[in-house]
Design a protein around this ligand. Sequence first.
Ligand code: 13P
Ligand code: SF4
Length: 305
Amino acid sequence: MTICELQEKVLQLKKEKDFCILAHAYQGQEILEVADYTGDSYGLSVQASRDAHRNVLMCGVRFMAETCKVLSPDKRVLLANPLAGCPMAEQLDLETLEALKEKYPGYAAVAYINTTSELKTACDVCVTSSSAVKICRALPADKILFIPDQQLGRYVAAQVPEKQFAFYSGGCPRHVVVRAHDVERARAAHPEALLLVHPECRPEVVSQADYVGSTTGIMDFAMKSERDSFLIGTENSIVEHLQFACPDKAFYPLSVNLSCMNMKVTTLMDVYRALSGRGGEEIALPQPVLDGAGRCIRRMIELGG
Ligand code: 13P
Ligand code: SF4
């Protein structure tokens, strides 16, 4: 079977079975082409809460499918490949969070969306890379415990100097591999290119960027820019999507190591198998988790706009 034939089958099944397909921007091009909505974590969360289909298939990682279930508890939500977890979302458990909250009394607990739903039950609000600065500014608290991604946390803290921040020592194992010398090498090879990076990168990389933003932010910036050459400092699938979107512009990976195997474990065949009832995993969460994580995620949408 060819990719096109399989895509045809997926589109047909999706319609027959009343499925909405949500695909994070780190999925392969062949998956994005069959999705109803693609984008960053914030965009997918908002779409998940508005969509009218009875069933949702998440092509992304587990916390994204859980977010979708929390926002639409009456829908059937499937994760296309059950092995697709985000390692950062597993870095902090409830017990460690409780200990951190004791260490930092009076701090609002702000969770990056890349956390489990269980962890979100003990947090005041969650944020994504595209909404973190706005939400931390808007939050009626002057002390913020930002978990688990210290790189994103420090980036946000620099934009919100009027507040006091404390951090956990977590981070994205993919983005932190990029170092200042990768920027030097890439700039030397492509001196004309603008550097666009995700705030999950280290400060030594973020501080050299021409633009810092979420996956959707990076794509929008590159598509709208009058410049025609870009170094992409986030997962390398964004390079490919931009090459398809803007064939006359040039896109280069900041590092070949910027590849997320967790995101890449999902294949188009997984999508087909999940829709045909022979694969995927249905997300089920206990009621207290639905309630607690729901409060945290809905507050993000209220404050994030
Ligand atoms: P975005 O919200 O920018 O899509 O980021 C999600 C993610 O997992 C980045 O590694
Ligand atoms: Fe998680 Fe990093 Fe992969 Fe994003 S890129 S899903 S934060 S491991």
